[in-house]
Design a protein around this ligand. Structure first.
Ligand SMILES: O=C[C@H](O)[C@H](O)COP(=O)(O)O
Ligand SMILES: C=C(OP(=O)(O)O)C(=O)O
Length: 449
């Protein structure tokens, strides 16, 4: 990887275009210093790993694998701890094991992790008790605390994001390759969930089948290396372009540009303007790219995105993450899938059942109903089944902790419970049990498909 200004000049073209949702940094000189520092830091990921993920996603695009992408809505600097990281990873691994068995296909595991520190917001300001302050835009930009000082964007936070991402990734790599993620261990955790949680008991039959399959392998003397380690990738929204472009490097093997802040980055629903800076940035880097598609997306938008981001029609390059809402997915998704398929592009279709289903409870908490989340995934599967296309995966906001942020689920959380452990810095996440619930239910859907 080289990092000289000339070799990465090609990634700066976004600067000539309108960039939505960028922080208003008060001191341009301080920002320039931070960018210079970030440009001198080592990459967080290796370009070859991004290529490997693109190959895995190509299998998803062809219908030969399933994508599980999940993690926090917004990571927080004060939550970079061993317990939080382990719990998140554990939950994703447990979900992955269930989906792998039921779908009989490899599950590509990608965390919203080690870089998910920046948030696009609906409004630039927030008012409480007559006081109006800039809105919280993620720990990479300003503080969550509702004070004037905390809400001023501070570019030094971009460096903290880099270091927090590095520490997180380091532990994730240690867990996934050092024995913690052994499939037999992951299955034992799933058995605990099935045995000990009221909602888990519904999945006893599936858990028993997985148990038998593992016992059979054991009896045959099989002890494959693949059981002992897990391939796990990191992703986040490429929102703050000063950070993403400062972390872009020329790959010395190929001479191409990679955003080495994460393996995969995505462009959000609020920043996917076809002539905007975010799409321009994403068009310049070789990482696998995701784009969120909300209910107002037209087939022409989708086709133009393909033209801009995947001109060579390379399976695995582009993932469309649809987030329509449970009430719209059956109506809006079919035309998009039909027209994209007819264009010959082989994208990954994955379902984010979170962002189209948010509402505010009477208590003022932003929340989501587990049933709506499930219904959007069901609608997504129905649409793809009807069209003969591949429902490639799910993209979920979740945590491994027992928070009370979304209502419903097998171990039901009621609206009146929301205040008990409402810990998200932005949007509500599925807790551990709701996430496992979802995995078992999606596994059943995938199997029926
Ligand atoms: O996570 C996604 C967005 O940042 C979030 O949905 C925006 O939320 P807001 O409407 O509270 O700004
Ligand atoms: C902001 C997000 O989603 P969307 O762009 O779909 O609203 C997100 O996934 O964090």
């Amino acid at each position: 990887m080289t990092v000289n200004a000339e070799s990465t000049a090609g990634v700066q073209t976004w600067r000539d275009l309108p960039a939505a949702q960028q922080p208003e940094w008060p001191d341009p000189e301080a920002l320039r210093d931070v960018i210079a520092d970030l440009e001198s830091y080592p990459p967080l990921v290796f370009a070859g790993e991004c290529d490997q993920l693109r190959a895995r996603l190509a299998a998803v695009a062809k219908g030969e694998a399933f994508l599980l992408q999940g993690g926090d809505c917004a990571e927080a600097f004060d939550a970079v701890g061993a317990d939080q990281i382990r719990n998140k990873l554990k939950t994703l691994l447990q979900m992955g094991a269930v989906l792998t068995y039921a779908g009989s296909v490899p599950v590509v595991k990608v965390g919203r992790i080690a870089g998910q520190y920046s948030k696009p917001r609906s409004k630039p300001t927030e008012t409480r008790d007559g006081v109006t302050l800039p809105t919280y835009r993620g720990d990479s930009v300003n503080g969550f605390e509702f004070t004037e000082a905390a809400r001023i964007p501070d570019p030094e936070r971009l460096k903290r994001m880099y270091h927090a991402s590095a520490a997180t990734l380091n532990l994730v790599r240690a867990f996934t390759t050092g024995g913690y993620a052994d499939l037999r261990q992951v299955h034992a955790w799933n058995q605990d969930f099935v045995k000990n949680s009221p909602s888990g008991q519904r999945y006893e039959a599936l858990a028993r089948e997985i148990d038998r399959a593992l016992n059979f392998m054991n009896a045959c003397g099989a002890d494959p290396e693949e059981f002992k380690t897990v391939e796990f990738y990191a992703s986040h929204e490429a929102l703050v372009l000063d950070y993403e472009s400062a972390l872009t490097r020329t790959d010395s093997r190929t001479g191409q540009l990679y955003d080495v802040s994460g393996h995969m980055v995505w462009i959000g629903e609020r920043t996917r303007q076809l002539d905007g800076a975010h799409i321009e940035f994403a068009s310049r880097v070789r990482n696998p790219i995701g784009v969120k598609l909300g209910p107002t997306t037209t087939p022409e938008d989708a086709l133009t995105l393909i033209e801009r981001l995947d001109p060579d029609r390379e399976p695995g390059r582009l993932t469309f993450i649809t987030r329509m809402g449970a009430d719209k997915v059956r109506d809006r998704l079919p035309e998009l899938v039909e027209k994209v398929t007819a264009s010959g592009a082989q994208v990954v279709w994955t379902c984010d059942p979170m962002h189209g289903n948010t509402f505010e409870a009477a208590s003022g908490h932003k929340t989501r109903r587990f049933d709506d989340v499930l219904d959007e995934v069901k609608g997504f599967f129905e649409v793809h089944k009807g069209l003969g296309s591949h429902p490639g995966g799910i993209h979920v906001e979740l945590t491994g902790d027992d928070v009370t942020e979304c209502v419903g689920g097998g171990d039901e959380i009621f609206v009146d419970d929301l205040h008990q452990r409402y810990e998200t810095a932005c949007d509500p996440r599925l807790n551990r049990s709701q996430s496992l619930d979802l995995a078992f239910l999606v596994a059943e859907m995938y199997r029926d498909q």
